[in-house]
Structures are given as C-alpha cells and as structure tokens.
Design a protein around this ligand. Structure first.
Ligand code: BTN
Length: 263
C-alpha cells in the first residue's frame, strides 16, 4: 500500500469508526514516534480521545528508553487520555492497554498472554508492548499518552537479528496476513471498554480480566526493578496493578515497575 493510500484508507476508516473513545484520528505515513507526537498535542491542549496512528516510526520508543523497531506492517498508535481518577490509579493504564491487545489477538485466533506488567506474548515471544507516559500532580492525573505497538504483519527478517528469537508477529503465528483495519477497530473497541470500566472506578473487573490473561501469577520470577533485584513467586497484583512477589520466607514485596524475568 502506498503512502497516500494508507492515509486515505485510514481517513475513510476513521469516518466509519463508531467508538465513544476516539474523538479525533491523526494519521501519519511515517513519524518519529506517535508518543512524541501525542505529548506535543497534550501540550497544545489536545482533548481525551485524540489518537495518533502511523504506518511506520523512525524512532519508536519502548519502556526504559529502549528502541521499538517499527517497520511498515506493524501497528503503532498513541491515545491521549485525561482520566478523572486518583494519580495512584495511573499504574493500571499499562495493564489496560495490554489487556485490550491480548483480548484482540485472542479474537483473531491465537492465544496470547501478558507478562507483567504489559508485555503481550504468543508462545513466550513478544508480539506487542505498551508505553504509558503520564503527567500527574498529587491530586489528579493531568494527562496520559498511552502508546501501543503490535507486530501485526511483520516478517522475522524485518527485525534486527538480536530480536528474532524473542519476538514474533501475529502474521507469523497465524501464517497469514492480518486485516489491519479489522484489528485496529477491535483493539480500539476493547480498549474503550476497559477504559470506561477504569473511568467508572470498576477496577476489580479489570484486575479479574488481567489475571485471566496473564501467565505471570504463580511463576518464579526475577524482577529487575529500579530499587534492585527481587526474586520469588509472583503471587498476585494489587488494586493498583503492582506485582506482589513472595519470597521463600513468605515475605511479600510490592513492585511498582521493572523487567520481569521468568525463572
Ligand atoms: C515496550 O514494550 O517497551 C513498549 C513499546 C511501545 C511501542 C509503542 S509503538 C506506538 C507508541 N510510540 C512509541 O514510540 N512507542 C509506543
């Protein structure tokens, strides 16, 4: 599909899209990073439901300042949110993003699982990731830019060598091309559904669903967190999405963020 075709097709798509969440869809053929664009729009006062979508990214960004390789064929978007919830609840948003992606992938016929907090994987290989960038003060969440990257129709050879063993795409798993617009529509609808539960304070429903979609709980894990390395069994997530790790002496630790490694 050529550059102009992509933009035109996505414009038609956006006109036919009926979701409560999406208020405005900004479409790029190529952009540095949809999250960076999202943050610029936030500064300019963009409303909740502004979505930035790109066919490819030159400088896709992952968690912990990593690079998110973003060739044509993947799905790259960021959503501007202005939730009316306490700032301590912002840590649930990455989980909601992962849940919406996992649910959508499963609908397309492949079982995906979430590795805490928000890596979506098929057969233990990463297929999607979420990057949430938030601005909060002590009382409220001011803005959120929630970025979603999905390896949709990507060949292994399009990825750098070092990622090929640990990464997959939906098309590789299904052995067929995935309908980009159908996937995007389903994803936005699923995200909208979980986001309204979030806005209504229905956190427990989200947590129940996340637990069902995750393969982290019950596993022996090693967490590389900003405050050090923690090892133990992942026993649960708490009301804010923090991981609870219990060590051999039954001491429980709550972990806010970090890289989770299955042992
Ligand atoms: C991760 O798993 O490390 C998170 C990856 C998030 C990638 C998406 S792609 C769309 C949005 N724009 C970015 O630059 N990053 C996110």
């Amino acid at each position: 599909m050529s550059k102009n075709n992509f933009i035109e097709e996505m414009r038609d798509f956006s006109n036919s899209l009926k979701t409560k969440l999406v208020k405005r869809l900004i479409i790029y053929d190529e952009v540095s990073s949809t999250n960076v664009e999202g943050k610029k729009l936030v500064k300019a006062g963009a409303e909740e439901g502004t979505v930035i979508l790109a066919r490819s990214q030159k400088k896709g960004r992952g968690r912990f300042d990593r690079i998110w390789v973003s060739p044509v064929g993947g799905l790259y978007l960021s959503i501007v949110l202005r939730p009316k919830q306490h700032p301590k609840k912002a840590s649930l948003l990455p989980l909601i993003g992962a849940l919406a992606v996992s649910k959508t992938i499963n609908h397309f016929g492949v079982t995906s699982k979430i590795k805490w907090p928000n890596d979506v994987r098929i057969n233990e290989k990463k297929v999607a990731g979420i990057l949430v960038e938030s601005e909060t003060d002590s009382k409220e969440i001011l803005s959120i830019v929630l970025g979603i990257g999905v390896n949709l129709n990507i060949e292994n050879e399009q990825l750098p060598k070092e990622l090929r063993k640990t990464t997959t795409s939906l098309s590789q798993e299904l052995k067929t091309t995935v309908d980009y617009q159908a996937f995007l529509k389903d994803l936005l609808l699923n995200f909208g559904k979980y986001y309204s539960l979030f806005q209504n304070g229905n956190f427990e429903k989200i947590l129940i669903e996340w637990r069902k979609h995750s393969d982290t709980l019950g596993r022996k894990v090693k967490i590389l967190s900003p405050s050090g390395v923690i090892e133990g069994t992942a026993t649960d997530i708490d009301e804010n999405g923090f991981l609870i790790v219990t060590n051999d002496n039954y001491k429980r630790k709550k972990i806010f963020s970090g890289d989770c490694i299955y042992l």
